[in-house]
Design a protein around this ligand. Structure first.
Ligand SMILES: [Zn+2]
Ligand SMILES: [Zn+2]
Length: 130
C-alpha cells in the first residue's frame, strides 16, 4: 500500500473533498505531491500520479534490497534517485552515431535510430524531438 511510504496523506474523505473542488483537468495526488496535478499524469483510477508511483516503486525495491530504509525514504523521498544515479551511470550504454561518428549515451538517441538527437535536430529543425 503506497500510504506506508508517505509521511502524510489525505484520508479518503479529505481526498474526496479536495477532488470535488478542483477543476476537471486536475486531480489531487495523494502521493508525494500532496497537491493538484494534471489528470493526464495519472493512470486510470489511481490516487497517486505516475511519477509518485515510480518513486514509490523504486523505494520499494531499494528497501527490499536493503539499500535504504523506509524511514530514510519518508524523510527524503529523493534518496531513491541519489542511489539510482550511481547505478545508472555504471550501466550506461553507449552507441555510435552514424552521422557525427561520436560515441553518445543511449538516451541521446530516439528509439531505433542510428543517428543522435542533435544530428536529427540539425536536419529537421522544425520537428520537436524529445
Ligand atoms: Zn504525485
Ligand atoms: Zn550525431
Amino acid at each position: 500500500m503506497y500510504r506506508n511510504f508517505l509521511k502524510s496523506f489525505l484520508d479518503t474523505q479529505s481526498l474526496k473533498a479536495a477532488n470535488k473542488h478542483s477543476s476537471k483537468d486536475l486531480k489531487y495526488c495523494n502521493g508525494l505531491c500532496q497537491d493538484l496535478v494534471a489528470k493526464t499524469q495519472f493512470s486510470s483510477t489511481k490516487m497517486i500520479c505516475r511519477s509518485c508511483m515510480n518513486t514509490i516503486n523504486l523505494a520499494k525495491k531499494q528497501i527490499e534490497d536493503q539499500k535504504i530504509t523506509l524511514e530514510q525514504f519518508k524523510k527524503d523521498p529523493t534518496i531513491v534517485y541519489k542511489n539510482n544515479n550511481e547505478e545508472e551511470t555504471k550501466i550506461t550504454i553507449k552507441k555510435k552515431c552514424k552521422t557525427c561518428k561520436q560515441e553518445k549515451n543511449i538516451i541521446d538517441f530516439e528509439k531505433g535510430r542510428k543517428e543522435c538527437k542533435s544530428c536529427r535536430y540539425i536536419k529537421h529543425p522544425n520537428k520537436i524531438i524529445i
